[in-house]
Design a protein around this ligand. Structure first.
Ligand code: FES
Ligand code: FES
Length: 201
């Protein structure tokens, strides 16, 4: 079932009228407010099984940030343009503000918090640090999740033009992109086994 994230509940409809009294509908969810019913969702996030009842209108990004408190995934716009919310869904980069949490039922979600290997940074994270690929850092989680996806799709040898092209859906308000492109090139090579070299100042 495709759900409309912007649909508003119809509190006076026949369908919802029996739920307004405040009792739980057996087997159909839990009352959350005027006409709103909770829905069960379960998925894997960063390798861990999570589940719970949510408002069916909850976006994946809201579920991650507000329910699971994984606040590394950012919200930088309300027009699906900035890419600050990029996570991996079943191995592919997506903007978590464009999909409902319910649509991720049974899926495998990877956020920036799940990228490092314990205390060891992922090679793409290390490359951003070494090559000064960030200033305020607000866009960085989305940039890194996109970059890892690009490497997984296009390989370790990425030229600047390809990287800039692939970053079309990620906006940075601080860096001018130059060091981000440099970081992604280095991170891509590092994911292929080449050590991340210290950037020249
Ligand atoms: S918050 Fe998702 S694209 Fe901006
Ligand atoms: S580093 Fe500030 S928005 Fe990109």
């Amino acid at each position: 079932m495709v759900l409309d994230p912007f649909a508003t509940p119809r509190p006076h409809s026949k369908e919802n009228s029996s739920k307004r009294a405040g009792h739980v509908q057996p087997g159909s969810g839990r009352l959350v407010g005027r006409g709103g019913v909770m829905a069960a969702v379960s998925m894997k996030v960063n390798g861990k099984a999570v589940s719970g009842d949510i408002d069916p209108r909850t976006l994946l990004v809201q579920y991650l940030r507000e329910t699971l408190r994984l606040t590394g995934t950012h919200v930088g716009c309300d027009t699906s343009q900035c890419g600050a919310c990029v996570v991996h869904l079943d191995g592919q980069a997506i903007k978590a503000c464009t999909i409902l949490a319910l649509q991720c039922e049974g899926a495998d979600v990877l956020t920036i918090e799940g990228l490092a290997n314990g205390s060891e940074l992922h090679p793409m994270q290390a490359a951003f640090r070494e090559h000064h690929g960030l200033q305020c850092g607000f866009c960085t989680p989305g940039m890194i999740m996109t970059a890892v996806d690009v490497v997984q799709r296009l390989g370790h040898d990425l030229d600047d033009h390809t990287i800039r092209d692939e970053l079309e859906g990620n906006l940075c308000r601080c860096t001018g992109y130059h060091n981000i492109v440099k970081s992604i090139g280095a991170g891509a090579r590092a994911m292929g086994g080449e050590p991340v070299r210290q950037a020249a100042e």
